[in-house]
Ligand binder design. Structure first.
Ligand code: AMP
Ligand code: MG
Length: 348
């Protein structure tokens, strides 16, 4: 039976781009937990091996993720806020190890894609009004204000590291790790579960997901939602440990005079990236998939070059005008639930 014709009994996390689908063949139900973190619902499903109660590890995981949520928050008080204040005043900042690793890796990922993923544009993201829980009504930033920030030439290349001390040569650098920290946290979450003996798990943070092992009696099935929110576009069955991460310009946006201004910004222009509605990346590493899916969203028609730059062979893009584009390796593994009527092409 094709995966698309199986009957789906549950669909997790309303509002997320990805859903974990359970089938009728399911035997023992997986253990579940859900928290609201990183601005989204975080759902965990795992298989408890006989005699292994996941309660303590789920409590530990909740505590760790809550800590990272606070430490890495782009605009609320926390360690990243402290770091940003130091960078703005040219002062050295001694970073705690997980923040240091996050920032170092973000710098190198940004370099790999020519700065389309640019975690140093926190000032610009704030200027556009995205450093808030609720989107603001009111006007968009002036062209002058955007130009001033572009002229400041903010890139993470300005960061220098000396042991655990970080400083910036450019005081306009403000880190916003929103395109990438969630993926990083998901990798840490999967590793923690694995190290505690839970090898079969899915951790799904509303669009960013890492699966490992197998679901109850069969592989995990992941549904990739259409960016319009209408139904599932495609399904994939994961094997081993795999991240499936989607960036969508439909996730957060402001509407002014009937026009949408989405939260993924093109660091070259200072304006929202508009050519891509959603970009899904599959690879072993969720942090890489997260940075790459954002960079692919920014790249528009040139996205296959970005996938190559990141060493990613499985990606799917829905363009703003509704075309669905695949890399060959992605096309070959997805079950096209809802692609028949769409303009589908394999372009990389
Ligand atoms: P994602 O959903 O992973 O694509 O992340 C989007 C978030 O990343 C936005 O809400 C911003 O906080 C931040 N962001 C927007 N544009 C960029 C960009 N070009 N590079 C890095 N981070 C960005
Ligand atoms: Mg991302």
């Amino acid at each position: 039976m094709s995966m698309s014709r199986r009957r789906f009994l549950t669909a997790a996390a309303a509002g997320s781009a990805l859903v974990v689908l359970a089938t009728q063949q399911a035997t023992l139900p997986p253990r579940r937990a859900r928290w609201f973190l990183f601005g989204t619902l975080v759902d965990v499903e795992l298989i408890e091996p006989a005699g292994h109660d996941a309660t303590p590890v789920l409590a530990l995981l909740a505590e760790r993720l809550q800590r990272l949520h606070v430490d890495w928050h782009a605009w609320k008080p926390g360690r990243l806020g402290d770091l940003n204040r130091a960078l703005a005043s040219g002062l050295p900042y001694v970073a705690e190890p997980s923040l240091l690793a996050l920032v170092r890796d973000a710098q190198s990922l940004s370099q790999r894609c020519g700065g389309l993923f640019n975690p140093a544009i926190g000032g610009l993201i704030g200027l556009w009004g995205f450093h808030r829980d609720e989107m603001l009504a009111g006007s968009i930033p002036s062209r002058d204000a955007i130009e001033r920030l572009l002229d400041a030439d903010v890139t993470p290349d300005a960061l220098t590291f000396d042991g655990d001390t970080v400083r910036s040569r450019n005081p306009a650098v403000q880190l916003d790790l929103g395109a990438y920290a969630k993926g990083y946290a998901l990798d840490l979450a999967q590793t923690l579960l694995h190290d505690h003996g839970f090898a079969d798990a899915v951790v799904n943070a509303g669009g960013d997901l890492v699966a490992s092992g197998r679901g109850p009696g069969r592989p995990w099935h992941i549904g990739i939602r259409h960016p319009s929110g209408r139904g599932t576009l495609a399904l994939i069955e994961t094997a081993g440990r795999e991240a499936v991460v989607t960036s969508g310009n439909y996730e957060r946006y402001r509407v002014l005079d009937g026009r949408r201004y989405a939260h993924i910004l093109d660091p070259r222009t200072g304006w929202p990236a508009e050519a891509v509605a959603s970009a899904t990346v599959v690879c072993a590493d969720a942090a890489l998939a997260d940075a790459a899916s954002t960079a692919i969203s920014v790249a528009g028609e040139q996205w296959p070059d970005v996938a190559v730059a990141f060493g990613i062979d499985q990606a799917m893009v829905v363009t703003a005008d509704g075309r669905v584009q695949f890399t060959r390796a992605m096309y070959e593994r997805v079950d096209p639930v809802n692609l028949r009527a769409r303009a589908v092409s394999v372009i990389a």
